[in-house]
Design a protein around this ligand. Sequence first.
Ligand code: AMP
Length: 497
Amino acid sequence: MCGIIGISAEANVAGDIYDALLMLQHRGQDSAGMVVCDAEGKLNSRKSIGYVRDVFVQRHMDKLVGNYGVGHVRYPTAGGAGKEFAQPMYVNSPYGISLAHNGNLTNSESLANELFHAEMRHLNTDSDSEVLLNIFAHELGKQREIYPEARHIFKAIKKTHRRCDGAYAVIGLITGFGLVAFRDPNGIRPLIIGIRKGKTRDEYMIASENAAFTSLGFETLRDIEPGEAIFIDNNGTLFTQQCAETYQQRPCIFEYVYFSRPDSTLDQISVYKSRMRMGKKLANKITKIRPDHDIDVVIPIPDSSTTAALQLADELKIPYREGFVKNRYIGRTFIMPHQEERKKSVRRKLNILDLEFKNKNVLLVDDSIVRGTTSRKIIEMAKEAGAKKVYFASAAPAVKYQNLYGIDMPATKELIASNKTDEEVCQEIGADWLIYQDLEDLIVSVQEGNPSIKEFECSVFTGEYITHLNEGYLENLENTRDDDSKIVRIEASQNTS
Ligand code: AMP
Protein backbone atom coordinates (compact mmCIF):
# COMPACT_ATOMS: atom_id res chain seq x y z
CA MET A 1 0.00 0.00 0.00
CA CYS A 2 1.20 3.51 -0.68
CA GLY A 3 0.25 7.13 -0.22
CA ILE A 4 0.80 9.74 -2.93
CA ILE A 5 0.78 13.54 -2.97
CA GLY A 6 1.22 16.21 -5.63
CA ILE A 7 1.14 19.97 -5.08
CA SER A 8 1.30 22.86 -7.54
CA ALA A 9 1.50 26.26 -5.83
CA GLU A 10 2.87 29.81 -6.12
CA ALA A 11 5.74 29.30 -3.69
CA ASN A 12 7.86 26.39 -2.44
CA VAL A 13 5.83 23.23 -1.84
CA ALA A 14 8.30 20.96 0.00
CA GLY A 15 7.02 21.91 3.48
CA ASP A 16 3.43 21.20 2.48
CA ILE A 17 4.37 17.91 0.80
CA TYR A 18 6.21 16.89 3.97
CA ASP A 19 3.19 17.67 6.16
CA ALA A 20 0.87 15.89 3.73
CA LEU A 21 3.11 12.80 3.71
CA LEU A 22 2.93 12.73 7.50
CA MET A 23 -0.87 12.67 7.17
CA LEU A 24 -0.55 9.65 4.84
CA GLN A 25 2.12 7.84 6.85
CA HIS A 26 -0.37 5.08 7.75
CA ARG A 27 -0.41 4.09 4.04
CA GLY A 28 3.26 3.14 3.99
CA GLN A 29 6.16 3.13 6.41
CA ASP A 30 8.97 1.46 4.49
CA SER A 31 10.19 4.40 2.49
CA ALA A 32 9.37 8.01 1.73
CA GLY A 33 10.36 10.39 -1.03
CA MET A 34 9.75 13.71 -2.71
CA VAL A 35 10.71 15.45 -5.95
CA VAL A 36 10.16 19.18 -6.56
CA CYS A 37 10.90 21.30 -9.62
CA ASP A 38 12.24 24.85 -9.35
CA ALA A 39 11.75 27.87 -11.63
CA GLU A 40 14.81 26.96 -13.74
CA GLY A 41 13.43 23.49 -14.38
CA LYS A 42 15.90 21.84 -12.00
CA LEU A 43 14.71 18.85 -10.03
CA ASN A 44 15.47 18.58 -6.33
CA SER A 45 14.76 15.27 -4.67
CA ARG A 46 15.23 13.11 -1.62
CA LYS A 47 14.08 9.56 -0.95
CA SER A 48 15.13 6.79 1.38
CA ILE A 49 14.07 3.92 3.59
CA GLY A 50 12.20 4.87 6.77
CA TYR A 51 9.46 7.06 8.16
CA VAL A 52 8.80 10.53 6.71
CA ARG A 53 10.31 12.22 9.76
CA ASP A 54 13.51 10.17 9.43
CA VAL A 55 13.93 10.48 5.67
CA PHE A 56 13.69 14.29 5.58
CA VAL A 57 15.75 16.41 7.97
CA GLN A 58 16.28 20.17 7.80
CA ARG A 59 19.30 19.99 5.50
CA HIS A 60 17.26 18.03 2.96
CA MET A 61 14.27 20.35 3.25
CA ASP A 62 16.49 23.41 2.67
CA LYS A 63 17.50 22.00 -0.70
CA LEU A 64 14.02 20.96 -1.80
CA VAL A 65 13.24 24.19 -3.64
CA GLY A 66 10.43 24.22 -6.17
CA ASN A 67 6.80 25.28 -6.56
CA TYR A 68 5.46 21.96 -7.80
CA GLY A 69 6.29 18.48 -6.70
CA VAL A 70 5.33 14.90 -5.92
CA GLY A 71 5.64 12.85 -2.72
CA HIS A 72 5.29 9.18 -1.84
CA VAL A 73 5.18 6.85 1.16
CA ARG A 74 5.59 3.16 0.45
CA TYR A 75 4.67 -0.18 1.88
CA PRO A 76 5.73 -2.86 -0.58
CA THR A 77 3.09 -5.03 -2.24
CA ALA A 78 5.06 -5.83 -5.39
CA GLY A 79 8.82 -5.84 -5.73
CA GLY A 80 11.29 -5.80 -2.86
CA ALA A 81 11.83 -3.55 0.13
CA GLY A 82 15.21 -1.97 -0.71
CA LYS A 83 16.21 1.64 -1.23
CA GLU A 84 15.99 1.31 -5.01
CA PHE A 85 12.23 0.73 -4.72
CA ALA A 86 11.60 4.06 -2.97
CA GLN A 87 9.50 6.50 -5.00
CA PRO A 88 9.03 8.84 -6.82
CA MET A 89 10.85 6.96 -9.56
CA TYR A 90 12.52 8.89 -12.37
CA VAL A 91 13.23 8.50 -16.08
CA ASN A 92 15.31 10.96 -18.00
CA SER A 93 13.49 10.70 -21.31
CA PRO A 94 11.30 12.34 -22.43
CA TYR A 95 11.64 15.63 -20.50
CA GLY A 96 12.48 13.94 -17.18
CA ILE A 97 9.45 12.33 -15.56
CA SER A 98 9.07 11.49 -11.86
CA LEU A 99 6.22 9.26 -10.82
CA ALA A 100 4.48 8.19 -7.60
CA HIS A 101 2.17 5.18 -7.82
CA ASN A 102 -0.35 3.55 -5.48
CA GLY A 103 -1.73 0.20 -6.60
CA ASN A 104 -0.46 -2.85 -8.40
CA LEU A 105 -0.27 -3.76 -12.08
CA THR A 106 -1.33 -7.32 -12.81
CA ASN A 107 0.42 -7.53 -16.19
CA SER A 108 3.73 -5.91 -15.27
CA GLU A 109 5.76 -8.96 -16.27
CA SER A 110 4.56 -8.96 -19.88
CA LEU A 111 4.85 -5.16 -20.04
CA ALA A 112 8.41 -5.36 -18.73
CA ASN A 113 9.21 -7.78 -21.57
CA GLU A 114 7.73 -5.42 -24.15
CA LEU A 115 9.63 -2.47 -22.70
CA PHE A 116 12.91 -4.32 -22.77
CA HIS A 117 12.63 -6.23 -26.04
CA ALA A 118 10.59 -3.88 -28.22
CA GLU A 119 10.95 -0.42 -26.76
CA MET A 120 14.60 -0.39 -25.73
CA ARG A 121 13.91 0.67 -22.16
CA HIS A 122 15.95 -0.52 -19.24
CA LEU A 123 14.27 -1.48 -15.97
CA ASN A 124 16.40 -1.53 -12.88
CA THR A 125 13.99 -3.23 -10.48
CA ASP A 126 11.07 -5.66 -10.58
CA SER A 127 8.77 -2.87 -9.37
CA ASP A 128 5.50 -2.54 -11.27
CA SER A 129 5.68 1.22 -10.62
CA GLU A 130 8.88 1.41 -12.67
CA VAL A 131 7.06 -0.46 -15.45
CA LEU A 132 4.14 1.98 -15.31
CA LEU A 133 6.49 4.97 -15.39
CA ASN A 134 8.29 3.61 -18.45
CA ILE A 135 5.06 2.78 -20.29
CA PHE A 136 3.79 6.34 -19.76
CA ALA A 137 7.18 7.82 -20.68
CA HIS A 138 7.39 5.68 -23.81
CA GLU A 139 3.89 6.68 -24.94
CA LEU A 140 4.58 10.36 -24.29
CA GLY A 141 7.95 10.20 -26.04
CA LYS A 142 6.41 8.58 -29.12
CA GLN A 143 4.59 11.83 -29.85
CA ARG A 144 7.89 13.62 -30.41
CA GLU A 145 6.64 17.00 -29.15
CA ILE A 146 9.34 19.34 -27.88
CA TYR A 147 6.79 21.28 -25.82
CA PRO A 148 4.05 18.84 -24.73
CA GLU A 149 0.59 20.24 -24.10
CA ALA A 150 -2.31 18.74 -22.16
CA ARG A 151 -3.64 16.95 -25.27
CA HIS A 152 -0.32 15.16 -25.84
CA ILE A 153 -0.17 14.09 -22.22
CA PHE A 154 -3.76 12.85 -22.29
CA LYS A 155 -3.06 10.86 -25.44
CA ALA A 156 -0.15 9.15 -23.68
CA ILE A 157 -2.41 8.34 -20.72
CA LYS A 158 -5.04 6.90 -23.06
CA LYS A 159 -2.41 4.54 -24.44
CA THR A 160 -1.17 3.76 -20.94
CA HIS A 161 -4.71 2.73 -19.96
CA ARG A 162 -4.88 0.47 -23.00
CA ARG A 163 -1.69 -1.33 -22.02
CA CYS A 164 -1.91 -1.57 -18.23
CA ASP A 165 -4.10 -3.95 -16.23
CA GLY A 166 -4.70 -3.66 -12.51
CA ALA A 167 -4.94 -0.81 -10.04
CA TYR A 168 -3.10 2.49 -10.34
CA ALA A 169 -3.57 5.89 -8.86
CA VAL A 170 -0.69 7.99 -10.17
CA ILE A 171 0.81 11.44 -9.70
CA GLY A 172 3.69 12.46 -11.94
CA LEU A 173 5.92 15.45 -12.48
CA ILE A 174 6.94 16.34 -16.02
CA THR A 175 10.04 18.45 -15.57
CA GLY A 176 9.53 22.03 -16.67
CA PHE A 177 5.92 21.44 -17.72
CA GLY A 178 3.74 20.54 -14.73
CA LEU A 179 1.95 17.88 -12.72
CA VAL A 180 -0.07 15.01 -14.10
CA ALA A 181 -2.42 12.63 -12.27
CA PHE A 182 -4.56 9.71 -13.38
CA ARG A 183 -6.62 6.87 -11.98
CA ASP A 184 -7.21 3.41 -13.45
CA PRO A 185 -10.49 2.80 -15.34
CA ASN A 186 -12.05 1.03 -12.32
CA GLY A 187 -10.96 3.69 -9.84
CA ILE A 188 -9.76 0.96 -7.50
CA ARG A 189 -7.35 3.10 -5.49
CA PRO A 190 -8.48 6.55 -4.33
CA LEU A 191 -7.27 9.88 -5.75
CA ILE A 192 -8.71 13.25 -4.92
CA ILE A 193 -7.98 16.87 -5.80
CA GLY A 194 -8.15 19.92 -3.53
CA ILE A 195 -7.87 23.65 -4.15
CA ARG A 196 -6.46 26.64 -2.21
CA LYS A 197 -6.65 30.30 -3.19
CA GLY A 198 -3.22 31.77 -3.83
CA LYS A 199 -2.46 35.48 -4.32
CA THR A 200 -2.41 35.31 -8.10
CA ARG A 201 -3.71 31.84 -8.96
CA ASP A 202 -5.44 28.75 -7.64
CA GLU A 203 -3.15 26.22 -6.01
CA TYR A 204 -3.85 22.49 -6.26
CA MET A 205 -3.12 19.44 -4.22
CA ILE A 206 -3.77 15.86 -5.33
CA ALA A 207 -3.68 13.10 -2.73
CA SER A 208 -4.64 9.52 -1.92
CA GLU A 209 -6.87 10.80 0.90
CA ASN A 210 -8.37 14.22 1.52
CA ALA A 211 -7.51 14.08 5.25
CA ALA A 212 -4.24 15.57 4.01
CA PHE A 213 -5.99 18.72 2.70
CA THR A 214 -7.57 20.50 5.64
CA SER A 215 -4.59 21.32 7.82
CA LEU A 216 -2.80 22.77 4.79
CA GLY A 217 -5.70 25.04 3.91
CA PHE A 218 -6.92 23.07 0.86
CA GLU A 219 -10.59 22.38 0.26
CA THR A 220 -11.77 19.26 -1.49
CA LEU A 221 -12.59 20.01 -5.11
CA ARG A 222 -13.61 16.48 -6.16
CA ASP A 223 -12.49 12.89 -6.64
CA ILE A 224 -10.59 12.15 -9.81
CA GLU A 225 -12.90 9.90 -11.81
CA PRO A 226 -11.94 6.36 -12.84
CA GLY A 227 -9.95 6.64 -16.07
CA GLU A 228 -9.74 10.42 -15.81
CA ALA A 229 -6.52 12.39 -16.13
CA ILE A 230 -5.58 15.81 -14.79
CA PHE A 231 -2.76 18.06 -15.93
CA ILE A 232 -1.75 21.24 -14.09
CA ASP A 233 0.68 23.28 -16.15
CA ASN A 234 3.44 25.58 -14.92
CA ASN A 235 1.07 28.54 -14.70
CA GLY A 236 -1.35 26.63 -12.53
CA THR A 237 -3.94 26.06 -15.27
CA LEU A 238 -5.88 22.86 -14.75
CA PHE A 239 -6.81 20.59 -17.68
CA THR A 240 -8.80 17.42 -17.42
CA GLN A 241 -10.01 14.65 -19.71
CA GLN A 242 -11.54 11.19 -19.50
CA CYS A 243 -8.82 9.00 -21.02
CA ALA A 244 -10.30 5.50 -20.71
CA GLU A 245 -12.35 3.96 -23.50
CA THR A 246 -14.55 2.20 -20.94
CA TYR A 247 -14.65 2.91 -17.25
CA GLN A 248 -16.70 2.18 -14.15
CA GLN A 249 -16.46 3.11 -10.51
CA ARG A 250 -15.37 0.14 -8.41
CA PRO A 251 -13.40 1.46 -5.45
CA CYS A 252 -11.64 -0.96 -3.12
CA ILE A 253 -13.91 -1.65 -0.16
CA PHE A 254 -10.96 -2.45 2.11
CA GLU A 255 -10.01 1.26 2.11
CA TYR A 256 -13.15 1.80 4.19
CA VAL A 257 -12.68 -1.27 6.37
CA TYR A 258 -9.08 -0.74 7.36
CA PHE A 259 -6.74 1.39 5.31
CA SER A 260 -7.96 4.93 5.11
CA ARG A 261 -8.07 7.44 7.91
CA PRO A 262 -11.50 7.93 9.47
CA ASP A 263 -11.28 11.66 8.71
CA SER A 264 -11.04 11.02 4.95
CA THR A 265 -13.92 11.09 2.48
CA LEU A 266 -13.21 8.92 -0.57
CA ASP A 267 -15.46 8.86 -3.63
CA GLN A 268 -17.81 11.02 -1.58
CA ILE A 269 -18.11 8.40 1.17
CA SER A 270 -17.03 9.37 4.67
CA VAL A 271 -14.78 6.59 6.00
CA TYR A 272 -15.88 7.41 9.55
CA LYS A 273 -19.58 7.21 8.77
CA SER A 274 -19.15 3.98 6.81
CA ARG A 275 -17.41 2.42 9.83
CA MET A 276 -20.26 3.56 12.08
CA ARG A 277 -22.71 1.84 9.74
CA MET A 278 -20.54 -1.31 9.83
CA GLY A 279 -20.91 -1.29 13.63
CA LYS A 280 -24.65 -0.85 13.39
CA LYS A 281 -25.07 -3.70 10.90
CA LEU A 282 -22.96 -5.98 13.06
CA ALA A 283 -25.10 -5.15 16.09
CA ASN A 284 -28.23 -5.98 14.08
CA LYS A 285 -26.76 -9.33 13.13
CA ILE A 286 -25.91 -10.11 16.77
CA THR A 287 -29.43 -9.29 17.99
CA LYS A 288 -30.91 -11.28 15.16
CA ILE A 289 -29.00 -14.50 15.81
CA ARG A 290 -28.68 -14.20 19.58
CA PRO A 291 -31.46 -11.96 20.89
CA ASP A 292 -30.72 -13.12 24.45
CA HIS A 293 -26.94 -12.82 24.27
CA ASP A 294 -25.01 -12.39 27.51
CA ILE A 295 -22.39 -9.81 26.40
CA ASP A 296 -21.36 -7.57 29.34
CA VAL A 297 -18.98 -5.25 27.58
CA VAL A 298 -17.76 -4.29 24.08
CA ILE A 299 -14.01 -3.79 23.70
CA PRO A 300 -12.32 -2.57 20.48
CA ILE A 301 -8.93 -3.69 19.27
CA PRO A 302 -7.36 -0.30 18.66
CA ASP A 303 -7.25 1.67 16.41
CA SER A 304 -9.04 0.88 13.18
CA SER A 305 -12.00 -0.90 14.81
CA THR A 306 -12.90 1.75 17.40
CA THR A 307 -15.50 3.61 15.31
CA ALA A 308 -17.41 0.43 14.43
CA ALA A 309 -17.11 -0.92 18.00
CA LEU A 310 -18.46 2.28 19.54
CA GLN A 311 -21.52 2.25 17.29
CA LEU A 312 -22.01 -1.47 17.87
CA ALA A 313 -22.02 -0.97 21.64
CA ASP A 314 -24.41 1.94 21.29
CA GLU A 315 -26.87 -0.13 19.26
CA LEU A 316 -26.68 -3.08 21.68
CA LYS A 317 -26.93 -0.66 24.64
CA ILE A 318 -23.96 -2.34 26.24
CA PRO A 319 -21.03 -0.48 27.85
CA TYR A 320 -18.08 0.30 25.54
CA ARG A 321 -14.76 0.06 27.33
CA GLU A 322 -11.12 0.46 26.43
CA GLY A 323 -9.53 -2.86 27.33
CA PHE A 324 -6.28 -2.40 25.46
CA VAL A 325 -3.79 0.43 25.44
CA LYS A 326 -1.72 0.72 22.32
CA ASN A 327 1.94 1.65 22.43
CA ARG A 328 1.97 4.37 19.78
CA TYR A 329 5.75 4.63 19.69
CA ILE A 330 6.67 1.07 18.86
CA GLY A 331 6.49 1.65 15.10
CA ARG A 332 7.86 -0.79 12.59
CA THR A 333 11.17 -1.39 14.31
CA PHE A 334 11.89 -4.44 12.21
CA ILE A 335 10.23 -6.30 9.38
CA MET A 336 8.37 -9.36 10.58
CA PRO A 337 8.15 -12.12 8.04
CA HIS A 338 8.15 -14.84 10.71
CA GLN A 339 4.93 -15.94 12.35
CA GLU A 340 6.61 -16.21 15.79
CA GLU A 341 7.77 -12.57 15.61
CA ARG A 342 4.27 -11.44 14.64
CA LYS A 343 2.83 -13.16 17.71
CA LYS A 344 5.30 -11.46 20.04
CA SER A 345 4.68 -8.13 18.38
CA VAL A 346 0.95 -8.20 19.30
CA ARG A 347 1.92 -8.27 22.99
CA ARG A 348 4.44 -5.50 22.54
CA LYS A 349 1.90 -3.31 20.75
CA LEU A 350 -1.08 -3.80 23.05
CA ASN A 351 -1.21 -3.76 26.84
CA ILE A 352 -4.27 -5.16 28.53
CA LEU A 353 -6.34 -3.47 31.27
CA ASP A 354 -7.31 -6.52 33.37
CA LEU A 355 -10.17 -4.84 35.24
CA GLU A 356 -12.26 -4.57 32.08
CA PHE A 357 -12.08 -8.33 31.54
CA LYS A 358 -12.28 -9.92 35.00
CA ASN A 359 -15.42 -12.07 35.36
CA LYS A 360 -17.04 -10.55 32.28
CA ASN A 361 -18.35 -11.85 28.98
CA VAL A 362 -16.54 -9.59 26.56
CA LEU A 363 -17.18 -8.91 22.89
CA LEU A 364 -13.90 -7.98 21.19
CA VAL A 365 -14.27 -6.08 17.92
CA ASP A 366 -11.68 -5.86 15.15
CA ASP A 367 -11.97 -4.44 11.64
CA SER A 368 -10.85 -7.70 10.03
CA ILE A 369 -9.17 -11.03 10.62
CA VAL A 370 -6.34 -11.78 8.19
CA ARG A 371 -3.87 -14.41 9.40
CA GLY A 372 -5.65 -14.68 12.73
CA THR A 373 -2.45 -13.95 14.65
CA THR A 374 -3.81 -10.82 16.34
CA SER A 375 -7.16 -12.30 17.28
CA ARG A 376 -5.67 -15.54 18.63
CA LYS A 377 -3.17 -13.68 20.80
CA ILE A 378 -5.68 -11.13 22.02
CA ILE A 379 -8.24 -13.76 22.98
CA GLU A 380 -5.51 -15.55 24.92
CA MET A 381 -4.66 -12.28 26.71
CA ALA A 382 -8.35 -11.63 27.49
CA LYS A 383 -8.72 -15.08 29.02
CA GLU A 384 -5.54 -14.65 31.07
CA ALA A 385 -7.00 -11.37 32.34
CA GLY A 386 -9.97 -13.28 33.76
CA ALA A 387 -12.69 -12.96 31.10
CA LYS A 388 -15.44 -15.53 31.54
CA LYS A 389 -16.28 -15.75 27.85
CA VAL A 390 -14.59 -14.08 24.89
CA TYR A 391 -16.69 -13.37 21.82
CA PHE A 392 -15.11 -11.90 18.72
CA ALA A 393 -16.71 -9.73 16.03
CA SER A 394 -15.12 -8.71 12.74
CA ALA A 395 -16.44 -5.58 10.99
CA ALA A 396 -15.47 -7.21 7.68
CA PRO A 397 -16.44 -10.63 6.30
CA ALA A 398 -13.93 -13.48 6.29
CA VAL A 399 -10.80 -12.59 4.27
CA LYS A 400 -10.33 -15.63 2.04
CA TYR A 401 -8.38 -14.52 -1.02
CA GLN A 402 -5.16 -12.66 -1.79
CA ASN A 403 -5.29 -9.07 -2.95
CA LEU A 404 -3.96 -8.13 -6.38
CA TYR A 405 -4.61 -4.42 -6.31
CA GLY A 406 -2.07 -2.91 -3.97
CA ILE A 407 -2.99 -4.15 -0.51
CA ASP A 408 -0.33 -6.14 1.23
CA MET A 409 -2.08 -9.42 2.01
CA PRO A 410 -0.42 -12.75 2.68
CA ALA A 411 -0.65 -15.71 0.32
CA THR A 412 -4.09 -17.34 0.30
CA LYS A 413 -2.80 -20.38 2.17
CA GLU A 414 -1.70 -18.10 5.05
CA LEU A 415 -5.14 -16.51 5.47
CA ILE A 416 -6.83 -18.19 8.41
CA ALA A 417 -10.26 -18.28 6.72
CA SER A 418 -9.09 -19.39 3.27
CA ASN A 419 -10.15 -23.00 3.67
CA LYS A 420 -12.08 -23.01 6.92
CA THR A 421 -15.68 -22.56 7.98
CA ASP A 422 -16.52 -19.77 10.43
CA GLU A 423 -16.81 -22.40 13.18
CA GLU A 424 -13.34 -23.73 12.41
CA VAL A 425 -11.86 -20.22 12.47
CA CYS A 426 -13.66 -19.58 15.78
CA GLN A 427 -12.11 -22.70 17.23
CA GLU A 428 -8.66 -21.90 15.92
CA ILE A 429 -8.56 -18.39 17.38
CA GLY A 430 -9.92 -19.75 20.67
CA ALA A 431 -13.10 -17.64 20.76
CA ASP A 432 -16.36 -18.69 22.41
CA TRP A 433 -18.29 -17.19 19.51
CA LEU A 434 -17.20 -15.56 16.26
CA ILE A 435 -19.38 -13.16 14.26
CA TYR A 436 -18.31 -11.97 10.84
CA GLN A 437 -20.01 -9.08 9.04
CA ASP A 438 -22.05 -10.30 6.05
CA LEU A 439 -20.63 -9.05 2.74
CA GLU A 440 -23.99 -7.61 1.76
CA ASP A 441 -24.08 -5.59 4.97
CA LEU A 442 -20.55 -4.35 4.46
CA ILE A 443 -21.38 -3.21 0.94
CA VAL A 444 -24.55 -1.44 2.11
CA SER A 445 -22.61 0.24 4.94
CA VAL A 446 -20.20 1.79 2.47
CA GLN A 447 -22.56 2.35 -0.45
CA GLU A 448 -25.02 4.33 1.65
CA GLY A 449 -22.54 7.22 1.50
CA ASN A 450 -22.72 7.35 -2.30
CA PRO A 451 -25.52 5.24 -3.80
CA SER A 452 -24.35 6.08 -7.34
CA ILE A 453 -21.53 3.54 -6.83
CA LYS A 454 -23.08 0.26 -7.83
CA GLU A 455 -20.15 -2.09 -7.23
CA PHE A 456 -17.03 -2.24 -5.10
CA GLU A 457 -13.79 -4.15 -5.50
CA CYS A 458 -14.37 -6.93 -2.94
CA SER A 459 -12.04 -9.67 -4.16
CA VAL A 460 -10.43 -10.48 -0.78
CA PHE A 461 -13.86 -11.69 0.30
CA THR A 462 -15.13 -13.21 -2.96
CA GLY A 463 -12.09 -14.20 -5.03
CA GLU A 464 -13.66 -12.40 -8.01
CA TYR A 465 -11.06 -10.17 -9.66
CA ILE A 466 -12.34 -7.34 -11.81
CA THR A 467 -9.44 -6.89 -14.22
CA HIS A 468 -7.95 -9.14 -16.87
CA LEU A 469 -5.46 -11.68 -15.46
CA ASN A 470 -2.87 -13.51 -17.52
CA GLU A 471 -2.81 -17.28 -17.19
CA GLY A 472 -0.89 -18.47 -14.16
CA TYR A 473 -0.78 -15.01 -12.56
CA LEU A 474 -2.63 -16.02 -9.39
CA GLU A 475 -0.56 -19.16 -8.81
CA ASN A 476 2.66 -17.26 -9.37
CA LEU A 477 1.64 -14.54 -6.94
CA GLU A 478 0.70 -17.14 -4.34
CA ASN A 479 4.28 -18.44 -4.43
CA THR A 480 5.88 -15.00 -4.11
CA ARG A 481 3.73 -13.87 -1.21
CA ASP A 482 4.23 -16.62 1.31
CA ASP A 483 6.48 -16.10 4.31
CA ASP A 484 9.40 -18.08 2.85
CA SER A 485 9.67 -16.00 -0.29
CA LYS A 486 9.24 -12.76 1.71
CA ILE A 487 12.23 -13.74 3.85
CA VAL A 488 14.33 -14.36 0.73
CA ARG A 489 13.29 -10.94 -0.69
CA ILE A 490 14.04 -9.09 2.54
CA GLU A 491 17.47 -10.71 2.83
CA ALA A 492 18.22 -9.79 -0.79
CA SER A 493 17.19 -6.16 -0.29
CA GLN A 494 19.18 -5.90 2.94
CA ASN A 495 22.24 -6.86 0.94
CA THR A 496 21.63 -4.07 -1.55
CA SER A 497 20.47 -1.20 0.65
P1 AMP B 1 -4.07 -10.83 11.58
O1 AMP B 1 -3.37 -10.88 12.87
O2 AMP B 1 -3.20 -11.22 10.43
O3 AMP B 1 -5.39 -11.51 11.55
O4 AMP B 1 -4.34 -9.28 11.29
C1 AMP B 1 -5.53 -8.67 11.65
C2 AMP B 1 -5.24 -7.26 12.02
O5 AMP B 1 -4.41 -6.65 11.01
C3 AMP B 1 -6.49 -6.46 12.11
O6 AMP B 1 -6.45 -5.89 13.39
C4 AMP B 1 -6.40 -5.38 11.06
O7 AMP B 1 -6.59 -4.13 11.67
C5 AMP B 1 -5.00 -5.45 10.52
N1 AMP B 1 -4.94 -5.55 9.04
C6 AMP B 1 -5.89 -5.84 8.16
N2 AMP B 1 -5.40 -5.86 6.90
C7 AMP B 1 -4.09 -5.57 6.99
C8 AMP B 1 -3.03 -5.42 6.05
N3 AMP B 1 -3.23 -5.61 4.76
N4 AMP B 1 -1.80 -5.10 6.51
C9 AMP B 1 -1.57 -4.93 7.82
N5 AMP B 1 -2.53 -5.06 8.77
C10 AMP B 1 -3.78 -5.37 8.37
